[in-house]
Design a protein. Structure first.
Length: 177
């Protein structure tokens, strides 16, 4: 970890640019975000999660899901907070809005990999080092990744989520009784 960035964020950026496993990006940063609620960058972490989830949806052909995630991300992200995280916020927000608008206007707007504009050389070096340690290549295109990564949500263990939803439903029933 560099002095100013959480390891979860460095891992998010590494996965984002090397494995293109946007589902894993979401998982990595969501864990950090949930553990740091109410902190100054809470909305920014949430917005970055939504950027990755939007790409995951777009690559799978879920236009509505991608547009929804990117619209939410654009509400949460600001140039200033992205700059605190070593990114060119203006460039990122411009690209994100462009992708969202293009896909909203044309559901067949083609998916393409996205690069997050890292401007902090120390952050970029930390990401590249992590990629080297894991045997990943920075900038790997989606066309070279395993198809299972694209459909990752289909193979995950959802038993905890299902159990939590069932418990919540039971609790609601008890409140009504």
């Amino acid at each position: 970890m560099t002095a100013s960035y959480p390891l979860s964020y460095i891992s998010y950026l590494s996965e984002f640019h090397a494995t293109r496993d946007y589902f894993e990006c979401h998982e990595l940063l969501e864990e950090y975000w949930k553990a740091h609620q109410g902190e100054p960058l809470t909305n920014t972490w949430h917005g970055l999660i939504q950027v990755a989830v939007g790409l995951y949806h777009h690559r799978r052909g879920n236009t509505a899901g991608a547009v929804k995630m990117w619209s939410s991300a654009l509400v949460r992200l600001t140039d200033e907070t992205l700059a605190q995280l070593g990114l060119d916020g203006e460039a990122l927000l411009r690209e994100l809005a462009g992708r969202r608008d293009a896909l909203a206007q044309n559901s067949s707007f083609p998916y393409s990999d996205m690069e997050l504009p890292i401007v902090d050389p120390l952050l970029r070096e930390a990401c590249l080092t992590q990629c080297d340690e894991r045997g990943w290549r920075w900038g790997t295109p989606s066309s070279e990744i395993d198809a299972a990564v694209i459909q990752r949500h289909l193979t995950r263990d959802r038993s905890e989520v299902i159990a939590a939803r069932q418990q919540a439903a039971l609790n609601k029933q008890k409140e009504r009784s």
